[in-house]
Design a protein around this ligand. Sequence first.
Ligand SMILES: *Cc1c(COP(=O)(O)O)cnc(C)c1O
Length: 399
Amino acid sequence: MNDTGKQETTQGLADRVMFHTYGRFPLTLVRGEGCRVWDEEGKEYLDFVGGIAVCALGHSSPVVTRALEDQSRRLVHVSNLYYTQPQTELAALLVENAFADRVFFCNSGAEANEAAIKLARRYAGERFGPDRYTIISMENSFHGRTMATLSATGQAKIQAGYDPLLEGFRFVPFNNLLALEKALDPSVCAVMLEPIQGEGGVIVPDPQYLKRVRDLCDQKEMLLIFDEVQVGMGRTGKLFAHEHFQVTPDIMTLAKALGNGLPIGAMLATEALSPAFGPGSHATTFGGTPLVTAVSKAVLKSLLEDGWIKHAAKMGHYFREGLEALARRCAGIKAVRGLGLIVGVELNTPAAPVVQGCLEKGVLINAPKENVLRFVPPLVVEKGEIDRLIGVLETVLEG
Ligand SMILES: *Cc1c(COP(=O)(O)O)cnc(C)c1O
């Protein structure tokens, strides 16, 4: 009850008792299934946000429910003082399917990047001495909201108000090898980038760029860190986005779809880096609990064995063709970008009214940049749902 004696709504209560860190849509969601979610009043929405590239297998996936139920009856948490089976099995499955030999589990994308930054610095320090700590990161990047990861993020709006930032980060434009070469000096220990920039507005680099960065890192003995928090786990039509570019990093971070909504992050690296993270060097209480890793393992197995990654490639292709056809009919669209089921549409006008228009017509999308719409639906999305999205988008853009 509030002062007027009326039952307070969820939104009213939230606005009263929670920090206003999020500019939220006036929507209270109570249930989801596949690519659809429902609000308190029972109104249905087509979900092309998917929890921000998280719910790869969709909402209420039976794969998740089964693993959650089974493991919750067995063992939820014991800390990392002990071995557990689900954590070990998930690590083994990741190693088996990635370039990497070693895994560290944590609870989020930011924490995975924290682990990557710490590992890179510690490795470089042990190998080359204490003056080798600079990490080159990209303008327009996004690596998280902790102090270290926002220091690594090349967006002024995310860093605003948090000075002094962590030292030892230097920024260069993405997809520009010359700028990267110019920024190098003996203090640089690593280059950190997203193979496709997600929050930056779905920016796909030139086909040769990542390979050239890899070559440069090899020449100068710098580590290459790929942040695949958003684009990993099948979203681009391959398990990891870097597989499209025939390059492997030294370190890779994962989170978002890794747990299909349960909080988990992972930092993977090659064997050469393993000694730098010995006992006591890094730790987390919750990271890789049996409950979360049992779910994550079931999710990864389903992605690998049930054909969802190929499906994502196919649906991504279909979606892209539909949007390109729409762009030819519709003057408001400036560019269509993406790979698989991470798709961006750059508009000639602000994106916010389009997002709002779609919401009113029962479709959830979001806008990472002022004039860019982003679509990161569950990987289980079907053609009919893509058709509906494009139909609604056309109506809103022309309205
Ligand atoms: C979302 C995201 C992060 C941060 O993940 P959190 O789980 O929110 O900490 C880091 N990097 C990229 C590329 C992301 O998309």
